[in-house]
Ligand binder design. Structure first.
Ligand SMILES: [Zn+2]
Length: 568
């Protein structure tokens, strides 16, 4: 017997079996009951959250010969049986990723005009954003005047790339990642139905691997079953996260080397570590991200107590950016290693000008300089999907991939500026004797935390670009931001003077902004988007506004029942 994956075996057959998409399911069931189903739906959401499963159930319910009246299919009639065996003529599924041309859509348009055996014929076009522009326009014509019996369900992971004219012809419903609690229940239920003996460590593992996707969670469960248990490197994300919390570069890079050697994909490692660091950040404010189980919270809060919030935020920024860069990189592990070097070495950039002209902005022709990276990182921390969407063209043609990051020589990895030098050891020197790495470390660990909440929020986006002759130069994302920071220069100089125990002049420059063109919109970082951890501390007595802001910054997070947990 051919082994069938758990995902296929236990694919939902009724609306009530679809997990975590209550608003969508309720709307579709009502539409079926009241016989006012639309002619075209656009279902968007992350992979494995139930888009095509829901489309199939809709088709089944609409064609059910003995509908029970609650909007669900009966599951027993001839039509339902045909759907479940995959032989129904009333459902046409097309993967637009592999059938993206004009001829494919023309074929659909010809089919649509024909009658069909059932009541309604449902066309499911998966990954519809992959259609070429010509194909999209051809589809649009049919969407404008669809035959009475035809319903289109368009599914996409990237709705911003779907032609706006197509979007406007459809009812657009967004599916969301499934919360960890629901995934846990589902994992247990599937294991029971499949008669698999699994303990809670397996459930923890597959839920973490799922990352909100039912399909990914069940794939992980398949792998555990095949391998006969949770892989030995299961705890290894913790090894990397622990090393980051301890702010130990050598340990961090050793952890990466060992975990990757054990067969873990560097992208997966970076993704899971980033989620964990986010959970630690939130746990420090007494908030459960929604991905953590209650038993984990004390451990997360303990870690939050050992890492400064500035380093935690910086780690999120850099790993978030690494996740974006890894997509195009020939060697994803190197991207992760370099992110760790940057994290502990401060804002050191191999190409950063050491002694730029005082009046001129640092050379930045490609828009990939430190400030541009910081902007992208800030956007990516809020969700890499969002950042991609905000830069994506709305045309159906895929955006050409960005060039891979310039290859970095091995010496950058093997011989980073010594970031481990304790601040106390450095503090008896004047700034000209200090390396960028040392100043960056002092800036992150002593100066930044000593600033007022307001100043810190503004300077969070500052990138240290040079240190020379008693002068420290920062680059801000744009001129407006620089002007705002200029007003606080005296405060910054005072704080730095105290931290460095030497007179210091601060110079502020603005990054030259990338020209907006047809293919990309600049990512604008406003002050409001910068998460300032200090403001959460400042209102530690439980002001609701800080929690609200945090929830805004991390969509999908839920406040923990135990608000005092981990605070202070
Ligand atoms: Zn039926």
């Amino acid at each position: 017997m051919v082994y069938q994956s758990l995902y296929r075996r236990f694919r939902p057959q009724t609306f009530s079996e679809v997990i975590g998409q209550d608003h969508l399911v309720a709307a579709l069931r009502n539409a079926v009951v009241e016989e006012r189903v639309g002619h075209a739906y656009l279902l968007s959401g992350p992979r494995g959250t139930g888009k095509t499963s829901t489309a199939r159930i809709l088709a089944k319910a609409l064609n059910c010969l003995e509908p029970p009246g609650d909007g669900e299919p009966c599951g027993n009639c001839d039509s339902c049986t045909n759907f479940e065996s995959g032989t129904s003529m009333d459902l046409v599924e097309l993967d637009a990723a592999s059938h993206r041309g004009l001829d494919d859509v023309r074929q659909i348009n010809r089919d649509v005009a024909l009658g069909n055996p059932g009541k309604r014929k449902v066309y499911v076009l998966d990954e519809v954003h992959m259609l070429t522009r010509e194909a999209s326009n051809a589809l649009l014509k049919t969407l404008e005047e669809p035959p009475e019996h035809v319903i289109f369900v368009l599914a996409t992971t990237d709705p911003q790339k779907v032609l706006p004219t197509i979007r406007s012809r459809t009812q657009h419903v967004e599916l969301t990642l499934v919360p960890a609690g629901l995934l846990r229940e589902h994992a247990k239920e599937i294991a029971e139905r499949a008669e698999l003996q699994i303990d809670s460590s397996v459930v923890d593992y597959v839920v973490e691997r799922g990352g909100g996707s039912v399909r990914d969670m069940l794939s992980a469960l398949d792998q555990v079953v095949t391998a006969g248990g949770v892989p030995e490197h299961r705890g290894s994300v913790d090894a990397l996260v622990d090393a980051i919390v301890a702010q130990d570069l050598t340990e961090s890079m050793t952890a990466v080397a060992e975990i990757v050697a054990a067969g873990v994909d560097p992208k997966d490692l970076a993704y899971r570590s980033t989620r964990k660091l986010r959970d630690i950040f939130l746990a420090g404010a007494g908030i459960n991200s929604g991905d953590s189980i209650p038993e984990e919270l004390p451990d997360l809060a303990e870690k939050a107590g050992r890492i400064t919030k500035a380093v935690n935020v910086r780690a999120l920024e850099l790993l978030g950016q690494a996740l974006v860069d890894m997509r195009q990189a020939p060697d994803p592990r190197l991207v992760l290693d370099l992110a760790l070097v940057r994290l502990f070495a401060g804002a050191v950039e191999p190409q950063a000008p050491r002694k730029p002209e005082r009046s001129a902005s640092p050379a930045q022709e490609t828009g990939s300089g430190p400030a541009a990276q910081a902007r992208a990182a800030l956007a990516s921390v809020k969700g890499s999907e969002e950042s991609e969407a905000s830069t994506a063209d709305s045309a159906s043609a895929p955006v050409p991939p960005a060039p891979p990051p310039p290859p970095s020589s091995d010496s950058n990895v093997a011989d980073p500026p010594d970031p481990m030098l304790p601040a106390s050891q450095a503090s008896d020197k004047t700034p000209e004797e200090l390396s960028m790495a040392q100043v960056a470390k002092i800036w992150e660990q002593q100066a930044l935390p000593a600033l007022s909440a307001r100043a810190r929020a503004r300077f969070q986006a500052a990138t240290l670009v040079s240190v020379s002759a008693g002068q420290v130069q920062f680059e801000l994302p744009n001129e407006t931001h620089r002007e705002r920071c200029e007003q606080m220069k005296d405060d910054i100089e005072a704080v730095l003077r105290k931290a460095l125990e030497a007179p210091v002049r601060v110079e502020l420059t603005a990054a030259r902004e990338a020209k907006p063109d047809a293919d990309s919109k600049p990512i604008v970082v406003t002050e409001e988007e910068i998460v300032d951890p200090a403001e959460f501390e400042a209102s530690a007595d439980g002001g609701p506004s800080s929690v609200d802001r945090l929830l805004d910054a991390f969509p999908g997070a839920v406040a923990s029942d135990d608000e005092g947990n981990g605070r202070g």
